[in-house]
Design a protein around this ligand. Structure first.
Ligand code: NAD
Length: 416
């Protein structure tokens, strides 16, 4: 096991690593690092064949000092208690950094949803919702979609909670369909946030996206719409990869054609208007910008060593290992950290929560304008802190987030 292959240890080490950049007492930092509570459940599913299967599932509250827990629900075979707790920790940092009234939480089931029928997926979701019910509530913990979950899963989850509560509290979960109190533009909010971040980054160097060569790992809910936005802004997506493999076209991939191909059931790596390339080659391509938008730990030290790009914007959660981060720093690759760049989704979730509690839906312009304001304001704060303290953007983002968490703990005091 490599030094930072445990995601929980990696994020905790990262938090401890900024201790010398703040005045926070070591004991308080220790309190901030530890998760508040972890619920592990055995999620029982009766398959369509009547076979009984039991999956491990979790819901973790990392820190709720600034507001209710907030974080997605992930269905993935690689989910473990440590990976979910690491992601919950990231959520506490993210909500603090972009200053929305939430804490950090995360949940998931260690399963492969692609092996389940739609009815099985619904039963699994409802059972899981029932299992973690004591953790959930408008002012306790408000879940959202993550890898392999979507608005349909959120609707089943919400319906189950409402059945138990005997009341229809739409604000108990976000990422819902519009018909159930969802927010306009939620599905593209993370990608839009990443796009705004990339534009803000380019502006710092008096550059625009026109003609920029970009590679993106992941063509899912984040990577898909993001590649479309970048393509529309005149950038050249020269390579893109997903779980099926990587493809390359040095003149730029026709993203609308690729989207249509995949939407119609095509496998990304078989897209004819680009060449299939090995994953190793994918990372070494000469580009201006790299955007990992798939899973955590995608870029290790070996991959990082061969990255020639000037910029790397983390769209996925935790895509760069600690060792890789050091290599990128030495090689002068400027990294924009995940807790800033992919915060568009949770910001949009906070709007959905606010709307649902208000009982008044905002129009698309209001949602987009406020999202852009929040993203840009947070970017500027991170940038300024990085400049004044002469630290990396990741360190600056962490310091701001950890200081906000510390402040909340100090004001609340220790009960009793
Ligand atoms: P998704 O399941 O919709 O898409 C994941 C993509 O990654 C797919 O294209 C998949 O094929 C690809 N992938 C998986 N394994 C791969 C591999 N080994 N090599 C290359 N590609 C691989 O998930 P998503 O919602 O797009 O999330 C992607 C990342 O962004 C995750 O880290 C997630 O936690 C993070 N994130 C998502 C949101 C959101 O709103 N969806 C918000 C914040 C952060």
């Amino acid at each position: 096991m490599s030094e930072d292959s445990n995601p929980l240890k990696a994020i905790q080490d990262r938090i401890f690593s900024v201790s010398t950049l703040t005045d926070i007492e070591p004991s308080l930092l220790e309190l901030i690092v530890q998760p508040e509570r972890i619920l592990e459940v055995s999620v029982c599913l009766k398959r369509d064949s009547s076979e009984l299967v039991i999956y491990k599932g979790w819901r973790v509250h990392h820190d709720t000092s600034r507001g209710p827990g907030k974080g997605g629900i992930r269905y993935h075979l690689a989910a473990t208690v440590d990976s979910i707790t690491a992601l919950a920790t990231e959520m506490s940092l993210k909500t603090a950094l972009v200053d929305i009234p939430f804490g950090g939480a995360k949940g998931g089931i260690a399963c492969d949803p692609n092996q389940l029928s739609e009815h099985e997926l619904e039963r699994l979701t409802r059972r899981y919702a029932m299992d973690i019910y004591p953790m959930i509530g408008t002012y306790r913990d408000v879940p959202a979609p993550d890898v392999n979950t979507n608005e349909k899963v959120m609707a089943w989850f919400a319906d189950t909670i409402w059945a138990f509560n005997k009341e229809n509290t739409t604000s108990v979960i976000t990422g819902k369909p519009l018909a159930l109190g969802g927010v306009l533009g939620h599905q593209g909010a993370t990608s839009l946030g990443v796009m705004i971040t990339i534009k803000n980054l380019m502006a710092k160097f008096n550059q625009t996206l026109a003609g920029k060569k970009i590679i993106i790992q992941g063509f899912g809910k984040v990577g898909g719409p993001l590649s479309f936005l970048l393509h529309s802004a005149g950038a050249k997506i020269v390579a893109i990869s997903d779980v099926s493999g990587a493809i390359h076209n040095r003149f730029g991939i026709d993203i609308p054609a690729l989207s249509l191909f995949v939407k119609n059931g095509g496998v990304l790596s078989e897209f004819r208007q680009a060449d299939k390339i090995p994953e190793k080659q994918f990372w070494t391509l000469e580009t201006d910008l790299i955007v990992p938008a798939a899973l955590e730990n995608a870029i290790d030290a070996e991959i990082a060593q061969n990255i020639s790009s000037k910029f790397l914007v983390e769209a996925a959660n935790g895509p760069v290992t600690e060792a890789a981060d050091q290599v990128l720093k030495e090689n002068k690759v400027l990294v924009v950290p995940d807790i800033l760049s992919n915060a568009g989704g949770v910001i949009s979730s906070s709007f959905e929560w606010a709307q649902d509690r208000q009982g008044y839906m905002w129009n698309a312009k209001k949602v987009t304008d406020r999202l852009a304001d929040k993203m840009s304001q947070s970017f500027e704060e991170m940038w300024a802190r990085s400049q004044t303290s002469k630290i990396s953007l990741r360190q600056a983002a962490l310091v701001i987030a950890v200081e906000r968490l510390a402040q909340a703990h100090l004001y609340r005091g220790i009960f009793p």
